[in-house]
Ligand binder design. Structure first.
Ligand code: PEP
Length: 251
């Protein structure tokens, strides 16, 4: 989108122990060496246990660092949860909220995702808010209805484009090697842009809209060339520096 700086964000999911850190270093080195930082932003969202070490790896690099979820609460009796404040303190500047795997595995509702976005902003993090329909919803012709409902419910009213990114991730395309056609992505993103402008005005016009779901080096040029696609959220292919950088090279 004219005036919007693209972003390629990686989501390592529950992958990566210390042995994965050299791959992160390779991403940081490759990103700067190829001059990609002049064209786009890159972020890698690592497991919470790796954030502080990843921050050391990425220090003074052009690659941003994120977590993959945060609690709606700042602190307290919530065993196993991690707050946005903790992520920030460990070195993150971004956090994914409402990923379909969180919505499925942890029954996160739009209201919960919205509260997580608020918690992220309060801690000084940029929230990457994920939406997207399931295969059944798509087959029932409900794709745009589902996306509209998730956008409405998962984005707080005080959303600012500077600290928010929306990722459209059809659930059936995540980790499957299947992707929507460029035409379908264009339709979904144009719809999201209209909805966001209707609700947030200029802030909706400036929001970065990422596509996610089986983005690979071979399909990146086509998917990232779609109107209103301002970047990608990349799962599997972000674990290998060569793949992640090849996707960035689509710009
Ligand atoms: C994701 O985890 O958000 C994702 C899009 O995964 P993949 O690229 O592996 O489909």
């Amino acid at each position: 989108t004219p005036g919007i700086r693209p972003m390629v964000a990686g989501n390592w999911k529950m992958n990566g122990t210390g042995g994965q850190l050299p791959e992160l270093r390779a991403i940081a080195v490759g990103f700067a060496a190829s001059g990609l930082d002049r064209k786009l932003d890159a972020v890698i969202c690592v497991p919470a246990t790796l954030i502080s070490r990843a921050a050391d790896v990425l220090v003074s690099s052009k690659v941003g660092l994120g977590g993959q979820d945060c609690s709606v609460k700042e602190s307290g009796a919530h065993t196993g949860d991690i707050s946005a404040v903790m992520l920030k303190e460990a070195g993150a500047d971004y956090v994914i909220v409402g990923h379909s795997e969180r919505r499925t595995d942890h029954h996160e509702t739009d209201a919960v995702v919205s509260a997580k976005a608020e918690a992220a902003w309060k801690a000084g993090l940029t929230a990457i808010v994920c939406v997207g329909e399931t295969a059944a919803e798509r087959q029932a012709g409900q794709t745009l209805d589902v996306v509209a409902r998730q956008l409405l419910g998962s984005l707080p009213d005080d959303m600012k484009s500077e600290t928010t990114i929306v990722a459209y991730e059809p659930v059936w395309a995540i980790g499957t090697g299947q992707t929507p056609t460029a035409g379908d992505v264009e339709k979904a993103h144009a719809f999201m842009r209209r909805e966001l402008i209707a609700r947030f005005g200029g802030e909706g016009a400036k929001l970065r809209l990422l596509y996610g779901g089986s983005v690979k080096p071979l399909n990146a040029v086509e998917l990232l060339g779609v109107t209103n696609v301002d970047g990608a959220l990349v799962g599997g292919a972000s674990l290998k520096a060569t793949d992640f950088l090849a996707i960035c090279e689509a710009y």
